[in-house]
Design a protein around this ligand. Sequence first.
Ligand code: HEM
Length: 200
Amino acid sequence: MKNNKQQEQLFICKPCGYVMKESELTDVCPACGLPRKVFEQYKERMSPGRSKILRLDLHPIAVHFPQTMLVFLMQALILNLFFPNFYPDVLLGTATFSAVVFPFAVLGAFLSGLIDGKLRFKSVTTPILVKKIIYSVVMFAVSVVIPFIVWNGIHHLSTKLWLLVCGSIALFCAIMLGHAGKRLMNIGMGGAVKVWGWKI
Ligand code: HEM
């Protein structure tokens, strides 16, 4: 029974590239809506272990945490600068919380990215991944500085302006990381990969 499930055929929608299990096929492609006849059999090139871990989408999920914290931080600060009497405690509290959590969220995205890159391309020293590592290091360095700036007292105008400068640098890195990452989605080398001597 388990063996049957493991060997279940995969099908790909030829026009849009959406991949589904045979048992999940419906009358139309759930992604593009074209009829079932456009599907053809799909052969997974990666080893089952690798594709299983990649299908958990750890990195695409993890990247949303730093992005959310950054948006909270910037939005709360900008609103507070333009409307100082509009819920100041709530906005500055939100900015402080986001600033403190931000480095942990960036670290999570960074580490999950390294795992994703290694599993997909068997190495993290490829040209696009090296570019991503550089932007990640810059983003992480800025994210570590941000809580120290907040420490100075978030009510000061100079603190808010420094936070906006650091936030803008982090936002630029996040955009560059997203652009580079988007091009790597749904691709990867075939076969198995060795991670810390462990073949998957
Ligand atoms: C703070 C650090 C990082 C951020 C914010 C980030 C952001 C992103 C984003 C937004 C995407 C597109 C995912 C989507 O739209 O769902 C992505 C994909 C990707 N990133 Fe990153 N990235 C980071 C670090 C890294 C690192 C260090 C690597 C590897 C060296 C990496 C490798 C990848 C790969 C391989 C993909 C394609 C993922 C997939 O389809 O599962 N990322 N990244």
